[in-house]
Ligand binder design. Sequence first.
Ligand code: GDP
Length: 426
Amino acid sequence: MACTVVVGGQWGDEGKGKITDILAEQADLVVRYQGGSNAGHTVVVGGEEFKLHLIPSGILHPDCTCLMAGGTVIDPLVLRDEIEGLKARGVSCDNLRVSYTAHVVMPYHKRIEELAEQARGRGGIGTTLRGIGPAYTDKAARMPRPVRFRDLTDAHRLRELITGQLEHKNIIIEHQYGQPPLTVDEVFQQVWPAAQEVSSYATDGHRLVQDSLRARKRIVFEGAQGTFLDLDCGTYPFVTSSHPVAGGACLGTGIGPTAIDEVIMVTKAYTTRVGAGVLPTEDEGDAGQLLRDHGHEYGTTTGRPRRCGWLDGVVARTAAMLNGATSIAVTKLDVLDSLATIPVCVGYEIDGVMLDIVPSWPEDLEKVKPVYEELAGWQQPLGDMRKWDQLPSQAQAYVERIAELAGVPVSIVSVGQGREQTMLLG
Ligand code: GDP
């Protein structure tokens, strides 16, 4: 495991936090490579639950350095609260670093996102309203120069950048949405106290990663969201504004693709999605509700009920290719414990033609009819099982079918939230 990427193979919430935490035990550095506080990674240690939004899921290992890389966007208020929350629970954040180049989510990003979603009404993207999209938009726009993490170390510079931004943002707030403008003072006053606390974590992220590579340290790159929420590879426009796919681990972190040794694709044993957009295997009836209840499928960040459905083998196969996955971590297998039979989507039918990969045009994906195969359930609790050989044959067959459909072997099986409820396969 010299350099491993952990990536979500579906629409997010696959359990990447848990898998990253497991791998972090052997790692020197965990790098969160994209997204912002719209993510919610849950890690359970000794029955204690930690919900991480920005901070990498390696933070619970005291010897592991954790970096939020240049591809992330950081809300300093959320970061400050998260650090304080962890410290209050005895977790040290001394090994936390944030790349100078990470862009900063500012109060005007949240305000504009809120106004834009209100204006879109029912046709909205269903964003988490954390200002993530507008922050990435400003990053791509480049001018007026947005605030980046290192700018938080300098009050004068921060005020100057806010002034430049508000000249543009207030035109939108006042003239497009008819709302009162924001003042430089109010924005500065909201951000500066948090900036003073978090800016000490600023570092040259590229250098940290490159020095670690040269010293042959073990690095885990942690993705947020999932493959089909990727800005380019996902079900556009109902996607996130960054690059969760494994290739995203090379953007803004300081490495190139050839440095990556392993890509572990985290795949839930069924399918969920938050917000709008196509979900071919969704079950809006009792079965979907059962998965939601047994899997506690309510968002970590927003509390929103997640849409639920059966495992989609076409999604697994396509995601394995989009990410160059070398293996799969199957999570939440235990959620299926009570089922007598389990439908698995093995192909899509569209106009009488069978498809075995996800069409890249979302409107085509909306038209597909999933073709299911019924696998036998195991109807017994898996949560106390610790080894592959202990799993009932039906559960083994289910996992093997996922590997077959994806075309990639399974390296990890997870049967509960706890660290100990994890099987690392040969
Ligand atoms: P992430 O964003 O991909 O890290 O996923 P989330 O943290 O949003 O959601 C995954 C949820 O499932 C968390 O509450 C995890 O603690 C939990 N979880 C992870 N693996 C398992 C598992 O194997 N079984 C069960 N029952 N829960 C799990």
